[in-house]
Design a binder for this molecule. Structure first.
Ligand SMILES: NC(=O)c1ccc[n+]([C@@H]2O[C@H](COP(=O)([O-])OP(=O)(O)OC[C@H]3O[C@@H](n4cnc5c(N)ncnc54)[C@H](OP(=O)(O)O)[C@@H]3O)[C@@H](O)[C@H]2O)c1
Length: 248
């Protein structure tokens, strides 16, 4: 294990999977957390291992973060793996797991609002807190995956945007609370991978992106890799959006 252990929540597919692959390329032993994408995560690690002559590149960790039991299970599994690997601590923690559904503000239920707050704020808060001693031991870093919705009125997404703004502020606050031992930053992807329900909306967004195209998961993973390597950066948000956030 060249560099140490990294944990990526929601790392089995889409952008999370690319972050896992990039961190493995960078030399990290990656704990790929999944809820349902177990086979994708197993394949990702098997492919990575095959490319490295059978070297172990990480482990799959399964937990449903919508329940307290699931969250505690992820914490316990992570501690057990760190101990089993005789790792000095946790080098990287990426809060990537997310939910993203469009719903008219007036019909959002309390249950849906709580689930968004749960996945985007409560889970990162409690998971970081539980892993803080391990992060400190490794002089580690934490990255919150947010978005470019801050200060904008994204139609039918108030439950999502409000909770992502909460995650962003949590990360900025922890950049202070966990210093000088642990660095904390955010990556804010723009239009990278459309959700199944937003193909039309996604195309209209890309028309406004100064670089003239949607981003790729690699673009996001490269920003994550950069923040992990940049040991004098903390409290920063990198917008990976092709210039969308400054478009007129
Ligand atoms: N896609 C974009 O263009 C875009 C734009 C802006 C921001 N972002 C942010 O970038 C990150 C990655 O985006 P993405 O589109 O790849 O994410 P995504 O597919 O919406 O979600 C990532 C993972 O979250 C996990 N997840 C959801 N509910 C969970 C639960 N209850 N317990 C445990 N895991 C749960 C799922 O894991 P399983 O598959 O294992 O169930 C899912 O694969 C997210 O934080 C997102 O908000 C993405």
């Amino acid at each position: 294990m060249a560099k140490g252990v990294a944990l990526v929540t929601g790392g089995g597919r889409r952008i999370g999977a690319q972050i896992c692959s990039t961190l493995i390329d960078d030399g990290w032993y990656v704990l790929v957390h999944v809820r349902s994408s177990v086979e994708d995560a197993q394949r990702l690690l098997a492919d990575a291992s095959q490319q490295r002559n059978g070297e172990a590149c990480g482990q799959v960790v399964i937990a449903d973060l919508s329940t307290d039991e699931g969250l505690q299970s992820l914490i316990d599994q992570t501690h057990a793996i760190l101990e089993g690997q005789k790792s000095v601590g946790l080098g990287v923690l990426i809060h990537n797991a997310s939910i993203y559904n469009s719903k008219d503000y007036e019909s959002v239920s309390l249950e849906e609002l709580r689930l968004n707050n749960r996945i985007h704020i409560e889970v990162p808060f409690v998971l970081t807190q539980a892993l803080t001693p391990s992060l400190k031991a490794a002089s580690g870093c934490v990255i919150g995956m947010v978005d470019t919705s801050l200060h904008r009125a994204w139609k039918d997404l108030a439950h999502y945007t409000a909770s992502k703004a909460g995650l962003r502020q949590l990360m900025m606050n922890l950049a202070g609370d966990l210093a000088p031992d642990v660095r904390v930053n955010c990556v804010a992807p723009g239009a990278i991978m459309a959700a199944p329900w937003e193909a039309e909306h996604f195309a209209s967004v890309i028309e406004k992106v100064p670089l003239g195209r949607g981003g790729a998961p690699e673009d996001v993973a490269n920003a994550v890799s950069f923040l992990v390597r940049s040991t004098y950066l903390s409290g920063q948000v990198i917008e990976v959006d092709g210039g969308w956030s400054v478009a007129p």
